[in-house]
Design a protein around this ligand. Structure first.
Ligand code: R1P
Ligand code: URA
Length: 233
C-alpha cells in the first residue's frame, strides 16, 4: 500500500509522529536524535523517518506549510498508517510583548482564518484544541527543563504575507500568543478522526519587536522543543 503522497508501507510508521513544517528539520531531527533510522518517504521531498529514541519507536515527517498540506499528511497518517498521535513542532511569530524570541509556546487551542472546518458542516464554530494528555506531559517536561514556555491560544493563518497589516494585532488583542499556519487543521483532523494532536512552537520572530532568527537557526537550533516532543512521544 501507499498513498498519493506517502510511499510508506503499513508498519513503517510509529504510533506517534513528530511533524515539523520543514522536511529538512525532520531530516536534522532524525539524524541527530534517532537510532536505527529508516527513511520511509521521499515523495515530493516530504521526508519521513522512523527510528528509536531512548528505546521507543518514533517517526518524524515534514508537514509542509499551511493547513491544506498538514491536512493531507495528517489525514493519511491517521487513516492509512495506524498513527494515533501527531505532535507538530513548528516555528511561529510572537504576538505578545512577554513572548520572546526562542521561547516555547505549547498550543492549548488554535483559532483560524481558514475555512478548513466547513467540511464538517457543523451548525456553528469549531474550537480546535490540543490533546490534554499530550499538553499536560509537555508542560511537565518544559517545567522540568526550566524552559521559558507559554501555554495558550494561537492563530493558524492561511496567510503569511497579510494584506491587512493590522490582522495580527487583532488576534493579539484576543490573547493569541503566536501566529503559525497549521495547528487548526491538525487539531480539527485529529478531533474528526478521534486521534490525538499537540502543537509545540518555538518563537522564530516577533511581530511586536520585529526581531527574527535565520532560516538555518529555524532548521537546527530549536532543540528544546524537539526534545520535549521526543520525550513525550
Ligand atoms: O516552521 P514551520 O513548522 O514550517 O511553521 C511555520 O513556518 C512556516 C512559515 O514560514 C509555516 O509553516 C508556519 O506555520
Ligand atoms: O507563520 C508564521 C511563522 C513564523 N512567523 C510568522 O510570522 N508566521
Amino acid at each position: 500500500m501507499s498513498t498519493p503522497h506517502n510511499q510508506a508501507q503499513m508498519g513503517d510508521i510509529a504510533k506517534t509522529v513528530l511533524m515539523p513544517g520543514d522536511p529538512l528539520r525532520a531530516k536534522f531531527l532524525a539524524e541527530t536524535y534517532l537510532e536505527d533510522v529508516k527513511q520511509f518517504n521521499t515523495v515530493r521531498n516530504m521526508l519521513g523517518y522512523t527510528g528509536t529514541y531512548q528505546g521507543k519507536q518514533v517517526s518524524i515527517m515534514g508537514s509542509g506549510m499551511g493547513q491544506p498540506s498538514i491536512g493531507i499528511y495528517s489525514h493519511e497518517l491517521f487513516t492509512q498508517y495506524g498513527v494515533e498521535a501527531i505532535i507538530r513542532i513548528g516555528s511561529c511569530g510572537s504576538l505578545q510583548k512577554n513572548v520572546h524570541l526562542r521561547d516555547i509556546i505549547i498550543a492549548q487551542g488554535s483559532c483560524t482564518d481558514s475555512n478548513f472546518a466547513h467540511q464538517y458542516e457543523l451548525p456553528g464554530t469549531f474550537s480546535a484544541i490540543s490533546s490534554y494528555d499530550l499538553l499536560e506531559q509537555a508542560v511537565v517536561k518544559a517545567k522540568e527543563k526550566g524552559l521559558n514556555y507559554h501555554v495558550g491560544n494561537v492563530i493558524a493563518s492561511d496567510i503569511f504575507y497579510h494584506a491587512d497589516q493590522g490582522s495580527a494585532q487583532k488576534w493579539a488583542s484576543m490573547g493569541c500568543l503566536g501566529v503559525e499556519m497549521e495547528s487548526y487543521a491538525l487539531f480539527a483532523t485529529a478531533a474528526h478522526l478521534d486521534k490525538k494532536a499537540l502543537t509545540l512552537l518555538t518563537v522564530s520572530d516577533s511581530l511586536v519587536t520585529q526581531e527574527e532568527t535565520t532560516a538555518e537557526e529555524r532548521e537546527k537550533t530549536f532543540t528544546a522543543m524537539m526534545e520535549i516532543a521526543l520525550e513525550i512521544a
